[in-house]
Design a protein around this ligand. Structure first.
Ligand code: GDP
Length: 370
């Protein structure tokens, strides 16, 4: 390919190798576009013809550069996170990059949380976690890009806080930002198909997508950054689909004695180390098999059965999964042990427990939400 070939939509260098990177065009489309004398990357092509945004990934440096440019603007930053994968959706250093701009925190994928979980509690928890990460959001919204839940509420908050400024939507990959923006486009444009423009940050190859809100401000979609500490990166597409809740999670309760272990497939492990016989409730994708065994034999059991009895991942994909790492906790109140991106277990006060997750994936605790 000619080194200088650029997409006439976003200005990105055209490439045919990596589907998820900026400027990707399938070879067949590239050949065709030569005939028409118009070269669009696949993302701009789809945007133009189907009003549909595709996710695109950036390297850390490019992303930092993009964030720095947001700091120079006067805008509202909409920070989309996955309510199910909090630390996996943190953008490192975001608070430094947003400058003095207001941040509206959006917890997406709320559709998978049990109805019994109070929305106000989720928001409190998100705000608290954001504070720990150094971020002081002006407000918190919950949405589901998937079923459109509360999109209007989020848009109301955006109108409330943007004060004629443009709105930058940021997020790491997999939090559902594209799905959410596509809902916003639907909601803002109705049936019109001509309103989206793409343009690029001056002096960079970073594209951005602008959805006109009104007179002179836009909602601007920015590329997602890859966060290595996401369960998503250690799973095949098929396994990821299998463990990602598609609809409301149905809790499963286990009566446990101390010295017992639960395996969530081969992906995570929970040890009940010390405490009274008690019920422990697990919140994971409804199909994910939870296997109970003795703590004393758990290591050997995992060694022997990871990939078959304990799956996903299946044996052939086990190699891409980092070894499980152990985090021990003493509970003094009813506590959720959260395996980020996968689910959580609610344990009572006065126990000693351990949560295990693939190295890199966080195990967090929070005051029990239910
Ligand atoms: P992006 O990388 O942040 O743009 O994320 P995508 O929009 O591509 O979504 C990533 C994955 O999350 C896909 O498998 C989506 O189907 C799923 N997803 C996106 N939004 C939601 C949502 O609101 N609820 C649920 N349950 N899944 C979602």
């Amino acid at each position: 390919i000619d080194e200088g070939l650029r997409c006439i939509g976003c200005g990105a260098l055209i490439q045919t190798d990596n589907k998820n990177d900026i400027g990707y065009t399938p070879m067949s489309a590239l050949k065709k576009s030569f005939e028409n004398d118009e070269v669009f990357c696949q993302r701009c092509f789809r945007l133009r013809h189907y009003n549909e945004i595709q996710p695109v990934n950036l390297t850390d440096d490019d992303f930092r550069h993009l964030l720095e440019q947001i700091a120079d603007t006067n805008s509202l930053v909409v920070y989309v996170m996955d309510v199910f994968d909090f630390s996996g959706s943190l953008i490192p250093g975001l608070h430094r990059f947003v400058g003095n701009n207001d941040v509206l925190l959006v917890g997406n994928k709320v559709d998978v949380l049990p109805r019994s979980l109070k929305r106000s509690k989720i928001k409190d928890w998100m705000r608290q976690q954001a504070n720990i990460a150094g971020l002081r959001p002006i407000d918190v919204a919950l949405t589901s890009g998937k079923n459109g839940e509360d999109i209007e509420k989020m848009l109301d908050l955006i109108s409330k806080y943007r004060k004629n400024r443009s709105v930058y939507v940021v997020g790491v990959t997999n939090v559902g930002k594209s799905t959410l923006i596509n809902q916003v486009i639907k909601s803002v444009t109705g049936d019109r198909h001509d309103v989206i423009t793409t343009s690029r940050f001056p002096g960079t190859t970073l594209d951005r997508i602008e959805i006109p809100l009104d007179d002179d401000s836009n909602i601007i979609d920015t590329p997602g950054i890859i966060h290595q500490d996401q369960m998503a990166h250690y799973l095949s597409a098929k396994d990821l689909k299998y463990v990602s809740p598609q609809k409301e999670i149905k809790p499963k309760t286990f009566q446990l004695n101390e010295g017992q272990t639960l395996f969530m497939g081969a992906l995570a492990r929970f040890d009940y180390i010390q405490g009274q016989r008690t019920s422990i409730t697990a919140y994971f994708e409804n199909n994910l098999l939870i296997h109970r065994t003795k703590l004393a034999n758990a290591d050997a059991f995992y060694e022997k059965h990871a990939g078959d009895l304990l799956a996903p991942p299946a044996t052939e994909n086990l190699a891409m999964l980092p070894p499980l790492q152990r985090y021990e906790f003493k509970t003094t109140e009813k506590t959720d042990i959260v395996i980020d991106g996968l689910g959580w277990l609610t344990v009572p006060a006065n126990t000693v427990v351990a949560g295990w997750a693939p190295q890199g994936v966080s195990v967090l605790t929070r005051r029990a939400m239910i």
